[in-house]
Design a protein around this ligand. Sequence first.
Ligand code: RFL
Ligand code: PHB
Length: 390
Amino acid sequence: MRTQVGIVGAGPAGLMLSHLLHLAGIDSVVIERRSREYVQKRVRAGVLEQGSVDLLVGSGVGERLLREGARHEGIELRFDGESHRVPMTELTGRAITVYGQQEVIKDLIAARLAAGGQLLFEVDDVVLRDLDSEEPSIRFRHEGRDVELHCDFVAGCDGSHGVSRGFVPDGVFTTYEREYPFAWLGILAAAPPAVHELIYANHERGFALYSLRSPEISRLYLQVAADTDIAEWPDDRIWSELRTRLETVPDWTLNEGPILEKGVTPMRSFVVEPMQWKRLFLAGDAVHIVPPTGAKGMNLALADVALLAKAFGAWYDGGQDELLATYSRDALRRVWRAQHFSWWMTSMLHRLPDQDPYERQLQRSALRYVTSSKAYATSLAENYVGLPEV
Ligand code: RFL
Ligand code: PHB
């Protein structure tokens, strides 16, 4: 088999890259370890920055997003028994849209298939070869056969457990990393959200987040210990803890309903530099992870491949290689801004184990400052809705 760009991974990064390349007249093949059903059902992120919405709409895959996504112009910060709204749109002119990641995935898969794009699901034993030559290839098993896919470039979009990065020799990459001593327990519940905007709550017992997916479905998260076994959290315990951490203001109650899905997500910050080696280009969670508190992961994946698609476009359109050469440097500017913002939100909102009283007061002061100073609130807001240029 031959294609121009071989893409490993059908998450937001891989699928969007394939879609943008198609619009530029560049051929690609996407290979994915899981089944189509599995990737379309995987519940993850829900917040799209304005720039991500513009990218999806501008590239022709935003029709359902515009219809079903919910535009949010503010978020709420809840602490010390009080609620404070950060009016993001008033402060920045931009907004976010709440639309499930699996809906973005469904829309992208449908668009690729409608355009005759090649997506191979349930592939195994992926091996990248000759990345330092002008004709790299990807070997894998698919439907019981060994396949060799020859290409001009390989895009490693295979997420945090991917294999692409592992085919680069030792000593090329520098890794920056931080583990947090807590995790998030997330639920999807068949309950009409009691909120119009997301609530980020800082509480003595730990952080809680109230988000949503639709007028009937709520998405909620609880900070839990890093080594939490989900079996220790029967539904009653989850609702009781959510009530304790969220029902801290007068006349406000959350809506409960059957829990459709629950899972524990570890919290990690991680960056690998550079995001390229020879003919291998890396994007999304394969090279950087943020804790979800800043809602940046899916947005970074989309921003990476917007740059990468442009760079491939310039290369195929007359062999200009400047944009490919600067891809990593340019993408990393946004990556590090999101790293700092996500770390900052995480530090301000979570209960740190053994938190000393001095640190607790710093958190309180930061929360009071960000909800009373227009300058500080604008800083939060412009990062949250996404900076156009970083
Ligand atoms: P993905 O989505 O992980 O896709 C990678 C794909 O590669 C496949 N794969 C392989 N395929 C072939 N061969 C192999 N050897 C392979 N190994 C892996 C995988 O099966 C998968 O399909 O990475 P991508 O495209 O870089 O996208 C990144 C985002 O998915 C991720 O950053 C976000 O979900 C993070 N995230 C959030 N991001 C936001 O922007 N806003 C949010 O509100 C937000 N909330 C979240 C989140 C992530 C969460 N979890 C569960 C990690 C909330 C949670 C709870
Ligand atoms: C979500 O709706 O899943 C969500 C929202 C905001 C975050 C993280 C996740 O910061």
